[in-house]
Design a protein around this ligand. Structure first.
Ligand code: ATP
Length: 366
């Protein structure tokens, strides 16, 4: 069992508060990913869990017991860093077994644990090599192996893949997902890469400026971002955001005037919205299609043809662009008039404070 609970956790450096009261549950065997822009506090929060940074206020619990004051080495957590921090003069086997040696484990037990971890990580044939004789991906696996042999309650990963090239990163991502399954481990993982978060996490924690913006499964965050920040952060290419004006609201949703003059009814709760209020309309590029007729008219000015899909950039007004994602190789001619149709049921509306209007039915209205 390994459950973490954070309650009202804060961190200040002098007068600067960088973690501003975080409440979070990490369930047993859950793969939880902290994601957010540079400087939002991801690493600080992870290091506080590890015990490498003091917690200024709040409570950190592991399996029901407060561990704020427990020494890092006694917490039963193992951290894997971005820089692998391997000992250059030691072999792979010695690097992996070092913590066990320090802990005074007999050689036979130590060797057995190193061998078992090496097998899981496909490092068995490299045990006698030194770090400089390994590729980046192999070094990262050794760093993970060093954590595995300690059989920690929770694995903490701080951007472990960011030193690897793109192809290797994709491979290691898959390996980490398999490892999570094989070890049935609880993992807290920091990244600024939303694709890593979307593909690996059971639960994503989106951080911004020391606060949690939203916690949810990848698909929750994709389908129901709580605010503009999460909507813009999750999903690639990014969600289109268009300024719109409220025309009316009724039980079908909120009708808004679009740039270009057409209107669209988004099935969301109006709440206290007044006519003429200004909102942001969010539409993911994959929820718009090129059509004979549609709510948007303009012309494609740029096409990114990626083989399996095409990303079209269309101008729909002065300084207003719409990004449209289509399947396969799209042959829409550039600089000719086209129409685009958005699926209203997949659209999002955000109020002036950035919060998403609730989808119809969520609060009981039909
Ligand atoms: N030792 C420190 N003293 C003062 N401020 C610090 C210290 N460590 C971190 N900070 C500040 O705390 C904030 C959060 O930093 P942190 O490293 O946790 O961000 P991050 O989200 O991990 O960013 P990145 O993705 O760039 O690594 C930043 O504004 C940073 O400047």
């Amino acid at each position: 069992m390994a459950e973490l609970k954070l309650r009202g956790v804060r961190k200040s450096y002098g007068n600067a508060e960088v973690i501003k009261g975080v409440d979070l549950d990490v369930g047993d065997r859950e793969f939880v990913v902290f994601v957010g822009p540079s400087g939002c506090g991801k690493s600080t929060l992870l290091r506080m869990i590890a015990g490498l940074e003091k917690i200024t206020a709040g409570e950190l619990m592991l399996d029901g017991a407060r561990i704020n004051e427990v020494d890092p080495s006694e917490r039963g957590l193992a951290m894997v860093f971005q820089s692998y921090a391997l000992y250059p003069h030691m072999t792979v086997a010695e690097n992996m077994g070092f913590a066990l040696k320090i802990a005074g484990l007999p050689v036979v037990e130590r060797d057995a644990k190193v061998k078992a971890a090496a097998e899981v990580l496909q490092l068995s044939h490299l045990l006698e090599r030194r770090p400089k004789e390994l590729s980046g991906g192999q070094r990262q696996r050794v760093a993970i192996g060093r954590a595995i042999v300690r059989q920690p309650k929770v694995f903490l990963f701080d951007e472990p893949l960011s030193n690897l090239d793109a192809a290797l990163r994709v491979n290691m991502r898959l390996e980490l997902m398999q490892l999570h399954e094989r070890l049935a481990a609880t993992i807290v993982y920091v990244t600024h890469d939303q694709t890593e978060a979307m593909t690996m996490a059971d639960k994503i924690v989106v951080l911004n400026g020391g606060n949690i913006e939203q916690v949810g499964s990848p698909l929750d965050l994709y389908a129901r971002p709580a605010n503009v920040f999460v909507a813009g952060f999750i999903g690639s290419p990014k969600m289109n955001m268009l300024p719109v004006r409220v025309l009316s609201a009724n039980t079908d949703g909120v009708a808004v005037a679009l740039p270009g003059g057409a209107s669209l009814v988004v099935p969301v709760e109006a709440g206290p919205l007044a006519p003429n209020s200004e909102l942001l309309l969010g539409i993911r590029p994959e929820h718009i299609r090129i059509a004979d007729a549609g709510q948007f008219k303009g012309e494609a000015v740029l096409a990114e043809r990626l083989g399996g899909l095409t990303i079209l950039h269309a101008e729909i007004g002065e300084k207003t662009r719409l990004v449209v994602q289509t399947e396969g190789i799209d042959t829409t001619p550039l600089h000719s008039p086209i129409a685009m149709q958005a699926d209203p049921s997949r659209c999002h509306l955000f109020a002036a404070d950035g919060k998403a209007l609730a989808p119809l039915g969520k609060t009981g209205a039909a």
